[in-house]
Design a protein around this ligand. Structure first.
Ligand code: AHR
Length: 613
């Protein structure tokens, strides 16, 4: 039974409260959301990205095929290219088991090529059983130019291969195969099933591109004079413009990132799903297990200027320097950026905050309407967390990004986490959270926790589960919300919970209380009302009685106060009207021993509220 007092006014809930956090982790971008089917399309894989890589990773060659890095390159940012001898060929294996092709669907092939003496490229799609489409011939002549061909798949296969054979000597780069159909049919677009699963959440915001990802090389010089070294800073300017001019980079999670899915595509995706874009830029203090800060003033100034340029790229008129670049890419209208995150999980709160203030001052001077989001480090509590929060409070920060990954029990026990947060202080952006697992109990624990986020919607303004995506064959982090391989995708139990909350966002909270009528033949898992209310921090002398006044459970918290605060951990239950300890498996079970019949219990909870709570 849920008792509601319609006259009572709870917190208002913003439409943007629930969003998604997209990070290129678990190959979420290349081989995932980014629809490109060819892996290592520009031969840039390097041991600097991953010790097992070579420039021909994912390719097999027949005849003479050599990856070259010399002045004959396609452009300064795309360093390597393939030199193919006469009568030679290369075959790409795509991701997972291969290239996924669907019968009757169209696929767009393109390649940058040059052949001083002219050459004919034969391009084919096949698997072990034979051709998957009619082969195409492409005549190449002279210097670098882009060539295209279109295929229609004659069979469905998850094990496709793309082969390119050259009649004469030729140089190749940016060998690409895209499904004709992408999400909203955008060019250089997104894989439809994955984008649709995210869109179905109706996200209020999209936080991107990381996460620890934004720390990639953030201490490194990345001036033009430093060349195009690997582990350059993850810099938004490297991710825009023509894809063949986007320098690939080492990804924080140990692979190569093509940047084919870059800042323009992130903004466009946020717009396509009706979400507020929320980019995160590096703060020049690395978190994510590396406690370093740089005092390089020139580098700091450059990153601050880059951040201002990013805002202009997103919001400036098409006549402004960076607005013009956006317009040139096909979006004259501004993207309407309102929030930007500076930093992610910095372990050095003082060093971080000093730099954060420099970013914020510069941003607010030019763009006073932009909300600059700070963070509280990597933990849910502790000294770093407390120091970070203190600095954020004293510094009058608007929003603080909190992250935590904990057990389902933790989520059940911490439903009241935000009940005691200072109403006059910074608001919370819960940018990353998840209970450790993709089982139903994890989804349920998160759902219970989310009722606490909603109850505190005046303090918790934004929340996103993390990570969002995982390719099942390239996992660095688990659990994840949506899983996929090269031909299928599926939402976890946690995804279903997020979807329920995200597609049913209320206008305001109506304070309510719940009592349960348990099924005595099975475990009672509906004790949300109890675990919400009866915490030892806020209450004394808690009693649970049946309707006739029979005492079922009481705790004055004088002994083991954890009996209630750990209720999700299996610390209590009621059997035959007796309060007993239980093991983990029987947690929160209300059982009448030896009696399999149904009984109605009208549970009454009485508690004394502690002063000031
Ligand atoms: O979501 C995975 C990682 O968890 C993020 O990159 C980082 O911010 C956190 O530690």
């Amino acid at each position: 039974t849920i008792s509601v007092d319609p006259a009572a006014q709870g917190a208002a809930i913003d439409d943007t409260m629930y969003g998604v956090f997209f990070e290129d982790i678990n190959r979420a971008a290349d081989g995932g959301l980014y629809a490109e089917l060819v892996q290592n399309r520009s031969f840039e894989y390097s041991t600097a990205d991953n010790g097992s890589y070579t420039p021909l990773t994912s390719w097999t060659a027949a005849g003479t095929a050599e990856v070259v890095d010399d002045s004959g390159r396609l452009n300064e940012r795309n360093r390597n290219y393939l030199s193919l001898g006469a009568g030679s060929s290369v075959t790409n294996a795509g991701y997972n088991t291969g290239i996924r092709l669907e019968q009757g669907e169209r696929y767009d092939f393109s390649v940058w090529a040059r052949a001083a003496g002219g050459s004919t490229l034969t391009v084919s799609l096949k698997d072990a059983a034979g051709p998957l489409a009619t082969a195409r011939q492409v005549a190449v002549e002279g210097g670098w130019a882009k060539y295209r061909a279109t295929f229609t798949a004659s069979r469905t296969s998850n094990r496709g291969r793309l082969a390119v054979a050259s009649s004469n000597a030729a140089a190749l780069d940016m060998v690409s195969l895209f499904p004709r159909e992408t999400f909203r049919n955008q060019p250089n677009g997104l894989r439809k099933d994955l984008a649709e699963k995210i869109a179905a959440l109706k996200p209020g915001f999209v936080r991107f591109p990381g996460g620890c990802l934004v720390n990639t090389g953030s201490m490194e010089d990345y001036s033009e004079s430093s060349g195009w070294q690997r582990k350059r800073s993850y810099q938004w300017k490297d991710t825009i413009g023509p894809v063949e001019e986007r320098a690939t980079n080492a990804n924080f999670w140990g692979y190569n990132q093509s940047y084919g899915l870059g800042y323009y595509e992130y903004f466009r995706f946020a717009e396509d799903v009706g979400a507020m874009p929320l980019p995160v830029v590096p703060a020049l203090v690395t978190g994510c297990g590396q406690n370093r800060a740089t005092d390089d003033e020139a580098l700091l100034k450059r990153h601050i200027q880059d951040t201002l340029d990013l805002i202009e790229f997103a919001n400036g008129p098409a006549t402004s320097t960076w607005g013009q670049v956006r317009a040139g890419m096909g979006h004259p209208k501004p993207f309407g950026l309102t929030h930007i995150g500076v930093g992610n999980e910095e372990n050095l709160p003082r060093e971080f905050f000093a730099r954060f203030q420099r970013f914020r001052a510069a941003i607010e001077a030019e763009y006073p309407d932009i909300t600059v989001v700070s963070n509280s480090g990597p933990d849910d509590s502790g000294t770093t967390f407390d120091t970070a929060w203190q600095l954020n409070r004293e510094g009058d920060v608007d929003l603080v990004d909190e992250h935590y990954y904990n057990s389902p029990q933790w989520f059940l026990q911490n439903n009241d986490r935000y009940d005691s947060y200072d109403r006059g202080g910074p608001k919370v952006f819960l940018g990353e959270y998840a209970s450790q697992g993709n089982a139903w109990k994890n989804g349920l624990a998160e759902a219970a926790f989310m009722t606490g986020l909603e109850r505190n919607a005046d303090v918790v303004k934004l929340a996103s589960y993390a990570p969002l995506l995982a390719n099942e064959d390239y996992v660095q982090w688990s659990p994840d919300m949506i899983w996929f391989n090269n031909h299928a995708s599926w939402g976890s139990a946690n995804y279903e919970v997020q979807k329920l909350f995200m597609t049913n966002v209320g206008d305001r909270v109506v304070p309510s209380r719940a009592s349960t009528t348990p099924d005595v033949s099975g475990p009672l898992t509906g004790a949300v009302g109890l675990s919400t209310w009866a915490t030892s921090a806020a209450y004394d002398d808690v009693k649970v009685t049946s309707a006739d006044g029979t005492a079922l459970l009481s705790d004055d918290f004088s002994g083991d106060a954890s009996q209630w605060t750990h209720s999700g951990g299996g610390s209590w239950s009621v059997r035959d009207g007796q309060y007993v300890q239980t093991d983990e498996a029987a947690e929160n079970t209300l059982v009448t021993a030896g009696d399999p019949a149904w009984h109605d219990y009208d549970l009454h909870v009485k508690a004394t509220k502690k002063a000031g709570k």
